[in-house]
Design a protein around this ligand. Structure first.
Ligand SMILES: Cc1cc2nc3c(=O)[nH]c(=O)nc-3n(C[C@H](O)[C@H](O)[C@H](O)COP(=O)(O)O)c2cc1C
Length: 135
């Protein structure tokens, strides 16, 4: 199964999760600003949450690409850890015809909040999740 891992990350937390998944699957995680969509792949898409929203570059990426029938796995990080970034991506992608295969989210530190996150345990869970998604 061909896999793409694409992320938007302002402060590096989502990038960490993306890279954990990527190393598990033997691919390279790519910044959304530098990647083009390959519709034939299982596409992992990730973002942090910023004032309740996903990164604008990711909104643009979703907007400009044809996701009809594309299999997508979502992941994200935030201090609330409730997956609101995943929910926003899911809504945008569903309206574009993407097929959502799975969701993963965890804490990401910001200033003094959620220090140490994503933790080693969360990164291990991310790796396991990535493996499951590609079985
Ligand atoms: C400008 C900014 C705004 C943020 N707003 C929220 C927010 O509304 N809710 C939340 O749970 N976390 C918020 N956070 C925390 C981030 O979602 C969290 O640190 C996340 O891991 C960032 O991902 P990144 O390091 O990949 O950019 C904010 C962080 C930044 C930098």
């Amino acid at each position: 199964m061909k896999v793409q891992i694409i992320y938007y990350s302002k402060t590096g937390n989502t990038k960490k999760v993306a890279e954990a998944m990527a190393s598990e699957l033997g691919v390279e995680a790519k910044d959304v600003k530098k990647e083009t969509l390959d519709k034939s792949c299982l596409v992992f898409l990730g973002s942090g949450l910023y004032a309740g929203k996903i990164g604008k570059k990711l909104v643009e990426f979703i907007g400009k690409n044809d996701f009809n029938g594309v299999n997508v796995v979502l992941f994200g990080t935030s201090i609330k850890g409730e997956g609101n970034e995943v929910k926003e991506m899911e809504e945008l992608l569903k309206s574009k015809g993407a097929v959502i295969k799975g969701r993963f989210y965890c804490y990401g530190n910001f200033l003094f909040a959620k220090r140490g996150h994503p933790s080693e345990e969360e990164l291990a869970k991310a790796r396991e999740f990535a493996r499951e998604m590609t079985k």
